[in-house]
Design a protein around this ligand. Sequence first.
Ligand code: SF4
Length: 69
Amino acid sequence: MPKRKIIKINENKCTGCAECIPNCQEGALQIIDGKARLVNDLFCDGLGACIGYCPEGAITIEEIEEKGD
Ligand code: SF4
């Protein structure tokens, strides 16, 4: 299975400050119920541009197995 990188948000650390949102070039992040969420992981390019903007260190990169065929 091919792997790719996407970001992961630690809900326990996320304060919902939204600092990360405009720093996602792909528009893949939104605040939902007071926490940052990856609304469409297909949009996430895994480069982690948002990571440096999170004051809580709530965003990390993880490797997932590519879905589908
Ligand atoms: S910058 Fe960090 S703490 Fe703020 S909303 Fe994004 S993930 Fe949550």
